[in-house]
Design a protein around this ligand. Structure first.
Ligand code: HEC
Length: 722
C-alpha cells in the first residue's frame, strides 16, 4: 500500500502541506531549505513544484561558486531567507546571496592540515545548521563553532573531542529546540569512542553526552544503558582504548515523541575475532555499535536501540541517513524510521518503540541468508572470514549504501537510494596490535591487491565487471524496488525528491540527472566536468525555484577505490552549482588533470621485495592514494612520482616532510627497509603502466576488448576460490 497521501492547500502566496496524519514535518511549508535534510524528518523532499517533468529540460546553470578545493564536497546547502550557507573542504563555511551567488562572508576555521591524516574518508564536511541568527559547523579537528549568520563573526567555539586522539567531525550538526547535536568520526583508527553530544546554542556549554560504547565515562547521560552494553563485549581489555561506534553522520528528530534518532558506526577494530577473542561467536553483539538508537532530547537518556549488524565483522556502520515517515502498513498508520543500511538491507522500524517491522535486501549482498522476520537479526550465510584465507563478500566496507543521503517522497511513497554493488576480500591480519592514531581494522587490506605487473587494461576490465551502482526507487511498505536505474560507477550522489514529480541525482562519472519519480524515466541530464557525491537541494526566492548541488569528487571510495574510482579527464576543481529554468551561465572551461606517461627509475628490486612493497602499500597507503597505486582522486598518483620524488620518499613517509599538506608521518608504523620496498613496488607499478601506455593503440584496443570478454569468467573463478 502506498504511503499516506498528502493534501496541498494554497492560502494566498503561502503553501501549506498537510498530511492526513498531522503536519508532515518532512515536507516543509515555504520556500527555504532550513536544514541539511529539510526538516527534522530528514526526508529531503521539497514541496516546490515550479520545476516539473514538463519543463525540467529547460533547466540551466544560473550561477556557480568556486569552492577553492580539489577534494570531496559532501555538503547540502541550507537556505534561510535570501542566504545560502554551505561548507567546503577543511570545514570552511560560506554564506552566499542565494539569487546572485555573491559571497556575503566566508569563515575558515584554520584546521591544522596534519589532522588530514586522521580523516579516513577525506577532508570533507557535510554542512551547517542554522538557527536563531547563528550558523553552526563541526570542524575536522573536532570543534563545534557558532557563527553570526549575518556577518560570519565567531560567537563561540568548543572542543568536543580529545585532541590527542584521531577524532574528526565531518557531519552536519543539527539544532533542535536550542540544542546543537553533534557526534564524531574516527573509528577506522585506534583510540576513538563514539558519542552524541548536545550543546546549548547560546553559549556552547555541554548539556548532555551519550556514549555509544562502554569505557569509563563519568559524564555519560545514561550510565545504565552503558552498563547493559558492556555485557556484550566479552573482552574488556579493549574498552579503555575506545572501541568505535561513532555517530558520524545521521540524526533525525520527532517533535511529538521528543526523541532524537541517530546511527552508529563500526566497532573497533573491524575484525570481530580480535575484538572479542575466543568468544566471538557468542555474547558479542558489541552494543551499541552498528545500531540505530533513540534518546530523549531533554537529557540524552536512552529510549531504544535496534542493532542492524550485531557483532559486525565487515564495517557495516548504521550511520547512513535516517528518514522519518508516517506510513500505512497492514492497514495501520505507523510512525516509522527508515534506513538503507550499509549492509544491503532496508530497515523499517517503529520509531516510538524501536520495534522491528520489516527488512529486505535492496542491493547485492551475500553475507546474510536473510533477516529474521521476528527479531530483525541477520541470519549469517557463513562465518565472516573463513580463517586466514578470507572471503569475497558483498557489500564491501564502502557499503551497499553509504552516507550519500536518500530521499523520500510522500507523493509517491518511494525512497530513492543511491545504491552500490561492490565486493571485498575480507582477510584477517596475521599479526595485529593496535596503535593509537593508526588505521586499525585487524584485516589485511592488502589481500585485494592485484599483482604489480598485472596489465592495467585487465585490471580495469575486472573492476568494471565487479563494481556497479544503481539508483533504486524503493517501496518501504512492500519492501521491494518500484524501479531502478543501473549506473556504471558506485559512489554516486545523494538524492532529492520534489513535489514537481522529480528525483534529482548527481553521479560519480559527472552527470546531474532528473528522473520521473514514479517511473524512473530520465527527464533531464547535464554534463559536468567533475564527479558529484553530494545530494542536491532546492529553494525558491522571488517566485523562482533553484536547484543547488556541490560538485567535488572525493570521499572514502574516491581515495581508496583505485581503478574503480577513476574517470579520465576529470577536472577536480570543486564548485557549488545552482540551476534554474532557462539559466544561461556556463562553467569555466575544464582543466582536466593530464598524467601522461610515468617515467620511473629502473627497477632493481627482487620479486619478493616488490611483493612486500605491494602488501605494505595496499595496507597503509592505498586508503588515500588508491588501491594498486592507481589514484581515483586528486591525491597524487604515486606511479607518476619523478625520479627526484623517489629520492625523497623516506623523508616524506618517515620524516613527515609533507605533514602540513595532510600526508601522514608513518615513522611509528614503518621503517626504512619497508619504505624501500614500497618504493620498489611503486617503480614496478609505474613500469607496468608505462609499458601499457606506450604500446601500439590497435593492440591496446584488441586487448581491452578481449579482457572485457573474459573478465566475468575470471571474477567468477576468483569468487569460487574465496
Ligand atoms: C590519510 C591519507 C594519506 C595516506 C594514508 C597516505 N598519504 Fe601520501 N599524501 C597524502 C596527501 C594529502 C599528500 C599531499 C598532497 C599535496 O601535496 O597536496 C600526500 C603526498 C604524498 C607524496 C608526495 C607526492 C607528490 O606528488 O608530491 C608521497 C610520495 C606520498 N604521499 C607517499 C605515501 C606513501 C608511501 C604512503 C603509505 C606509506 C602514503 N603516502 C599514505 C595523503 C595520504
Amino acid at each position: 500500500m502506498p504511503a499516506v497521501r498528502m493534501q496541498k492547500i494554497r492560502l494566498g502566496s503561502a503553501t501549506f502541506v498537510l498530511a492526513s496524519l498531522g503536519l508532515a514535518l518532512g515536507a516543509r511549508a515555504g520556500t527555504d531549505w532550513p536544514s541539511v535534510a529539510n526538516g527534522p524528518y530528514e526526508q529531503r523532499y521539497s514541496a516546490l513544484d515550479q520545476i516539473d517533468a514538463g519543463n525540467v529540460s529547460r533547466l540551466g546553470l544560473a550561477w556557480y561558486y568556486d569552492m577553492e578545493s580539489t577534494r570531496g564536497l559532501e555538503a547540502t546547502p541550507v537556505v534561510v531567507g535570501d542566504t545560502l550557507y554551505t561548507t567546503g573542504t577543511w570545514s570552511r563555511v560560506y554564506a552566499l546571496d542565494a539569487v546572485s551567488g555573491r559571497l556575503k562572508w566566508r569563515y575558515d576555521p584554520q584546521v591544522p592540515r596534519r589532522v588530514g591524516a586522521w580523516a579516513c574518508c577525506d577532508v570533507v564536511n557535510r554542512g551547517v545548521a542554522v538557527d536563531a541568527g547563528k550558523v553552526f559547523v563541526g570542524t575536522l579537528d573536532g570543534r563545534l563553532i557558532a557563527l553570526d549568520a549575518q556577518t560570519g563573526g565567531l560567537l563561540w567555539s568548543v572542543q568536543t573531542t580529545p585532541t590527542d586522539r584521531p577524532y574528526t567531525i565531518t557531519m552536519a550538526p543539527r539544532v533542535i529546540e536550542g540544542k546543537v547535536l553533534i557526534g564524531n568520526g574516527g573509528a577506522e583508527y585506534a583510540g576513538v569512542r563514539g558519542t552524541l553530544s548536545a550543546y546549548d546554542e547560546n553559549d556552547g556549554h555541554l548539556l548532555w553526552r551519550f556514549y555509544t560504547v562502554p569505557g569509563d565515562a563519568p559524564d555519560a547521560s545514561d550510565p545504565q544503558a552503558l552498563a547493559r552494553a558492556a555485557q556484550t563485549w566479552p573482552d574488556p581489555r579493549w574498552l579503555p582504548m575506545g572501541v568505535g561506534g561513532t555517530v558520524w553522520n545521521a540524526i533525525a528528530y520527532d517533535p511529538q515523541l521528543r526523541l532524537v534518532y541517530f546511527g552508529t558506526g563500526n566497532a573497533n577494530p573491524w575484525n570481530r575475532y580480535v575484538r572479542n577473542g575466543a568468544d566471538s561467536d557468542k555474547d558479542s553483539d558489541n552494543l551499541y555499535s552498528a545500531c540505530i538508537l533513540a534518546v530523549h532530547l531533554d537529557d540524552g537518556r536512552y529510549a531504544w536501540h535496534f542493532q542492524t549488524t550485531p557483532g559486525d565483522a565487515w564495517d557495516y556502520d548504521a550511520a547512513e541517513h535516517l528518514v522519518l515517515a508516517d506510513l500505512v502498513i497492514d492497514g495501520q498508520p505507523r510512525k516509522v524510521i527508515l534506513q538503507a543500511n550499509k549492509n544491503g538491507f532496508f530497515y523499517v522500524l517503529d520509531r516510538a518503540t524501536g520495534q522491528f517491522i520489516s527488512a529486505a535486501a535492496f542491493a547485492d549482498q551475500n553475507w546474510a541468508r536473510g533477516i529474521d522476520p521476528k527479531t530483525g537479526r541477520p541470519q549469517l550465510a557463513q562465518t565472516p572470514y573463513d580463517g586466514a584465507q578470507g572471503r569475497i563478500v558483498r557489500p564491501a566496507p564502502f557499503g551497499a549504501h553509504n552516507w550519500q543521503d536518500m530521499s523520500y517522497s510522500p507523493d509517491t511513497g518511494l525512497v530513492y537510494i543511491p545504491a552500490a554493488s561492490v565486493p571485498f576480500l575480507y582477510t584477517p591480519e596475521k599479526e595485529f596490535s593496535p596503535l593509537i592514531g593508526a588505521w586499525d581494522t585487524g584485516l589485511n587490506l592488502a589481500a585485494q591487491a592485484a599483482p604489480a605487473d598485472m596489465d592495467p587494461l585487465l585490471l580495469k576490465a575486472l573492476v568494471k565487471d565487479a563494481v556497479h551502482g544503481a539508483l533504486v526507487a524503493w517501496d518501504p511498505v512492500a519492501q521491494r524496488a518500484a524501479w531502478r536505474v543501473e549506473q556504471p560507477m558506485i559512489w554516486n550522489g545523494g538524492t532529492l525528491a520534489t513535489r514537481g514529480g522529480l528525483v534529482f541525482q548527481g553521479t560519480a562519472d559527472g552527470f546531474l540527472r532528473a528522473y520521473d519519480a514514479r517511473s524512473g524515466a530520465q527527464r533531464w541530464e547535464y554534463r559536468l566536468p567533475n564527479g558529484v557525491i553530494a545530494p542536491p537541494m532546492t529553494y525558491e526566492i522571488g517566485g523562482v525555484q533553484y536547484l543547488a548541488v556541490m560538485m567535488g569528487w572525493g570521499g572514502a571510495f574516491a581515495l581508496a577505490g583505485g581503478e574503480a574510482a577513476k574517470v579520465p579527464d576529470r577536472d577536480y576543481r570543486g564548485h557549488l552549482l545552482v540551476f534554474k529554468l532557462d539559466g544561461q551561465a556556463t562553467l569555466p572551461p575544464p582543466q582536466p588533470r593530464e598524467l601522461g606517461v610515468p617515467d620511473p627509475p629502473p627497477s632493481t628490486a627482487s620479486a619478493a621485495e616488490i611483493a612486500e612493497g605491494s602488501r605494505l602499500f595496499n595496507q597503509h597507503c592505498g586508503v588515500c592514494h588508491g588501491a594498486n597505486a592507481v589514484s581515483g582522486s586528486a591525491l597524487p598518483d604515486l606511479r607518476y612520482l619523478s625520479k627526484a620524488q623517489h629520492g625523497m620518499l623516506q623523508a616524506i613517509v618517515l620524516g613527515g616532510a609533507l605533514e602540513n599538506a595532510g600526508m601522514p608521518n608513518f615513522s611509528r608504523q614503518l621503517d626504512a627497509t619497508q619504505v624501500a620496498a614500497i618504493d620498489a613496488y611503486l617503480i614496478a607499478r609505474a613500469q607496468t603502466t608505462r609499458a601499457a601506455l606506450t604500446q601500439p593503440g590497435w593492440w591496446a584496443r584488441v586487448k581491452a576488448w578481449g579482457y572485457r570478454l573474459i573478465a566475468p569468467l575470471l571474477n567468477w573463478l576468483n569468487a569460487l576460490k574465496y
